[in-house]
Ligand binder design. Sequence first.
Ligand code: WTA
Length: 666
Amino acid sequence: MTVDWSISFDEKIMPKDLPNAATVEDYIKFHKTSVKGYREFWAKLAGELDWFRKWDKVLDDSNPPFYKWFAGGELNASYLCLDRHVKTERKNKVAIIWEGEPMENGKPKEVRKLTYSDLYREVNRVAYMLKNKYGVGKGDVVGIYLPMIPELPIFMLAAARLGAMFCVVFSGFSADAIAERMNDAEAKILITADGAWRGGKVLDLKSIVDQALEKTKTVKSVVVVNRTNNKVSMKGGRDGTFEELMKGIPANAHVEPERVKSESPLYVLYTSGTTGKPKGQVHDVGGYMTLLHATMKWVFDIKDQDVYWCMADIGWVTGHSYIVFGPLMEGATEVMYEGLPVFPEQNRWASIIERYGVNIFYTSPTAIRGWIKGGEQWVKMHDTSTVRLMHSVGEPINPEAFRWLFKHVGRETVPFGSTWWMTETGGIMISHTPGLMMVPMKAGTNGLPIPGIDAEVVDESGKPQKASERGFLVIRNPWPGMPLTIFKDPDRYKEVYFSKFPNAFYAGDYAVRDPDGYFWVLGRADEVIKVAGHRLGTYELESALMQHKSVAESAVVGVPDDIKGEIPVAFVILRQGFKPSEELKAELKDTVRKAVGPVASLKDVIFVSKLPKTRSAKIMRRVVKAVAIGKPPGDTTTLDDEASVEEVKSAYAQLSGELEKGRKKP
Ligand code: WTA
């Protein structure tokens, strides 16, 4: 658990005149009905999508936990996001307002506005190119390693149009991370850019890709989009520039959207979990799009005249669902911003809200904490009064961060929530639903499960936990948008999510329910670290350390950080012949950054001679973490390992002693 803040279960914040205001009792009543008849409930929502063929069965549950939603139905995600809009008066509506990071004379140097017709045309042309030049089609995987430029959603939609899967790798990941994902996904083509703008600097994406491809077997072709005019080397027979490849493609090229089965895969997205290598979460088409449709309505209350801005990066699930497929399916106008929200100054994000008159704003606790530190004067420079609804995502929101944004952008009047969900769930699961029924807010809560979602907090034995007591978050019924499986590893899917508690999906989070029934997700119960909302597994970080010749063994834990929520610290046992030193520390930090990517920056490396282990030789992470934080582990948290309180105490004392010794002689 990461954040230590005082929350108040009793506080109720409900500005006057909020549309859809509801009492908790009324919401719970409605929610119960939706869960009871959840199949019919979701079927009604799915009916609001455009299907080429209607489903035979709402839910095929013949082989749990592998569920097929809207089995037998046929549709296409790119059709839903494009074709259905260009047939209407929406065709000239702006779909994406893209703002590049570089500034000139106090203004963004580049802004691109793509209408739904523009987007339709570009996606068709790119699909045409992928199909005719590379033979991309059903059964193929298109790898994508692009920064936040319009070509990123365009390639995703083009792959979806062809019925191919895509696999996006976040542009802050390293060559090794790309290679691992491309190999597992068996991608045959990789789309990248010559560079990416980040904080005023150009990241050399192409050379990272070149390194990755030395370790990749399946990728035979690379498409390079020019973003930064970075000089890159091109490998003959393998690499092509996007501009060249698109030259001969007619402006009105049309590719018929493939009729894909509802239960077929749309994409695979890798995410960190308990142990082992990243897991490829596979999402379907019909269920996933249905959940996005529902949550865009209920959670974001999206209306035709709105300007919507989700600040996430498309390399993570939030961007897949709530920058690409959700808002575009709803025909929204959205802002897509390329770079750092505080570049070149703290007010960049607020200036974007003002420039485009953003109405709906989706952000994160880490971003807000950064702005608090920067000072409110930066927000006050801009008119942000267009904002009528806000949500946060990625990690627990501390009440202070909630109150700050609620005051300085929300004018203490607009709905503001903290949406809980994860890569696995496909879309938002626990949230306020201002577009449907808006229950009072409380600073720091996630609210209640959305309609149709049967979430619960249970104790170690799987029974519902008492109110106000910490337990594990589970989801009982299947829901549209849940993963089809872990790519090529169905056993692992079953094991990780459906073995801890019978008949329930185990999310891996600690949570409490307060006496009103509100959920408060507290943080991960497993070995996942959330750094600035980004999900990193301790396994990946420890494997990275092992690549260094000096490391015999290591344990990485997350410690609280004022801005990033959590930040990793490594405990390292050195091999014979190596001595602790500041240089070695720096080298180890660098090794991790190179192996995983700039998202994985270790705060500290602590050299020890021993790590506390349980009798079955598992590292007692709770103890390591307690030592890193400098607080004894306490008696009550023996939930997650098999050690006795005494053993935990003595391990703590021993490791703390080592830490002290280490501090004295660096
Ligand atoms: C955490 C991100 C508290 C949680 C969409 C979850 C949250 C993990 C919240 C999934 C929130 C996400 N309040 N915790 N509003 N949103 N989390 O897969 O620990 O990157 O299990 O998906 O983020 O991270 P992921």
